[in-house]
Design a protein around this ligand. Structure first.
Ligand SMILES: [Zn+2]
Length: 195
């Protein structure tokens, strides 16, 4: 005699059959769909109902079309994307980094405008922007950089990640600008030497 009591009947074939069946199958159709013994279909189906993976209720069987008690897979609810807090961005910026670029900017301003080295940074940038020696974009970046530098220098102000992100971009933009300006000066220098 075959002992079937402890025989585990896998759920997978039943789940597959129920998935194919859409809105549910009566027991007879489920057995046919699974294609194995009655117990191989019904035992796992009852287990799925206990687990909450499937439900049993009155309805129209998807197989025979009759009104029967049918077993149907519980529609898996669309899983909400887990709300993961934005990865903490490890951005840091200290006043020394801002000061370092500021010194380079001042050296550059001195070259553009040797006449007024004692005027404030913002005032000089504004004047050079008005005379067209600095583009409005570069002036805006310099003024923003300078304003944040001053806040950090004179107050306990600490920029947060979005501000640091922007300041890092400004720094990169301004460094490129300074490099290109130096390049232009050295090109001009070479041209002048050639003449
Ligand atoms: Zn049926």
């Amino acid at each position: 005699m075959i002992r079937t009591k402890n025989h585990y009947r896998p759920s997978r074939p039943v789940i597959d059959a129920l998935q194919d069946a859409g809105h549910g199958l009566c027991d007879a159709c489920l057995v046919m769909a699974v294609g194995k013994t009655k117990n191989d279909a019904i035992t796992p189906a009852r287990r799925l109902c206990k687990e909450g993976t499937a439900v049993s209720h009155g309805g129209t069987c998807n197989g025979c079309g009759k009104s029967r008690i049918i077993t149907q897979l519980v529609k898996s609810k669309p899983q909400k994307a887990p709300i993961t807090p934005a990865a903490p961005t490890e951005l840091s910026l200290n006043i020394n980094q801002l000061d370092e670029l500021r010194r380079e900017l001042i050296i550059h301003l001195n070259k553009l405008d040797p006449a007024n080295p004692r005027d404030g940074f913002a005032k000089r940038v504004g004047q050079l922007r008005n005379t067209g020696q600095l583009s409005p974009t570069i002036a805006a970046l310099m003024l923003t950089h300078g304003a944040y530098r001053n806040e950090m220098y004179y107050t306990p102000f600490k920029p947060c990640s979005p501000e640091i992100g922007i300041l890092n971009q400004i720094t990169s933009y301004l460094r490129t600008y300074l490099e290109e300006a130096k390049q232009k000066v050295s090109d001009t220098g070479m041209t002048n030497h050639a003449h």
